[in-house]
Design a protein around this ligand. Structure first.
Ligand SMILES: [Zn+2]
Length: 324
């Protein structure tokens, strides 16, 4: 397919699995909203309907418009799935927040974070309606959801999963993704939380850094998703345990500076830090140390700031507190 015949892809307003021939791969433009000159805004949807409808698994990427690693994960996943052998249905959205993606930014057109306002509101403002229609037209159909993210601008992330580990099916999914770290979190307003409210087993997967493609992160996430589909009995193969089991955390938080200046953060991603260990210093522009920051408790570095220019209150690192 070339750019010339992209317009041959059918436009739909809702997902109708029954209308899709079994054992086939289909591409669609799903209409969500329209812009200021009345032009429809579509999101791309790829549906692989297997030989039965055992489970409906959704995989979404780029709900934050500059979080790109999930896009090739989905593209490569589709290339690896044989629809004549798949048991179940995959509904994949390689770019979920299209307006933000086109503007190379995280947030929606009205400055709202789509992953903080879920499940949206059908009578709300621009972002509310976009969120509401995404949920009611796609997410609502699913049994499982894997929502792919990265760190935000200026930060980097390990390969980690956020999940409600109190739910056994969700905990199992989180483990089968074979991440470096699993963080137990509820996180109201997120797509994951809204999906969970609808009875969908949902996890968020954080795949490294924003604004770029990272080969090792992309292949780890792809392997993790294939492993999960094996675990759900949708594709053949043995479920692989991680060579290094994930570090499970029952909480996490960001450390922030309380002094502006240039910040230097020392630990690497997935490093363990001890309580009291120096993790960062803030300098003024002449090179004098203004403040030194220590880990308030022992934990693992889930993510960190890599952008040195730091306003008072800027991020230092995302500390995970491992389960005892
Ligand atoms: Zn994100």
């Amino acid at each position: 397919m070339t750019a010339d015949n992209l317009d041959e892809i059918p436009v739909i307003k809702a997902i109708d699995i029954e209308s899709i021939p079994p054992a086939s791969v289909q591409r669609y433009w799903l209409y969500l909203t329209s812009d200021g000159i009345g032009t429809p805004q579509y999101i791309p949807v790829i549906i692989v309907r297997g030989i039965n409808d055992k489970h409906l698994v959704g995989i979404t990427a780029a709900i934050h418009g500059n979080e790109l690693n999930g896009i090739p994960v989905i593209q490569r996943l589709i290339g690896k799935i044989d629809p004549t052998k798949l048991e179940g249905v995959l509904i994949c959205i390689p770019v979920t927040n299209v307006p933000a993606f086109l503007r190379k930014q995280r947030d929606f057109l009205d400055g709202k974070d789509l992953n903080r306002i879920m499940p949206g509101n059908q009578l709300g403002n621009e972002s509310d309606i976009y969120a509401y229609r995404l949920i009611s037209r796609v997410i609502n159909e699913l049994d499982y959801l894997i929502d792919l993210h990265t760190a935000s601008f200026g930060n980097i992330n390990s390969f980690y999963v956020r999940a409600n580990m109190n739910l056994p099916d969700v905990a199992q999914m989180a483990c089968m993704l074979n991440p470096q770290i699993i963080v137990h979190k509820k996180s109201e307003g997120t797509l994951r939380y809204a999906a969970e409210d609808l009875g969908i087993h949902a996890v968020t997967v954080e795949i490294g850094d924003p604004n770029r493609f990272q080969e090792s992160m992309i292949s780890n996430a792809l392997e993790g998703i294939l492993n999960t589909l094996k675990g759900l009995g949708m594709i053949k193969g043995k479920v692989k345990a991680a060579t290094q089991p994930p570090v499970e955390c029952d909480g996490s938080y960001w450390l922030h500076t309380n002094q502006g200046g240039l910040v230097d953060v020392y630990p690497e991603l997935a490093d363990f830090v001890e309580q009291g260990e120096v993790v960062a210093r803030v300098y003024n522009v002449f090179g004098d140390v203004l403040e030194t920051y220590q880990a308030p408790e022992s934990g693992i570095v889930i993510g960190k700031n890599t952008y040195p220019v730091n306003q008072t209150g800027g991020r230092i690192l995302h500390l995970g507190i491992p389960v005892d």
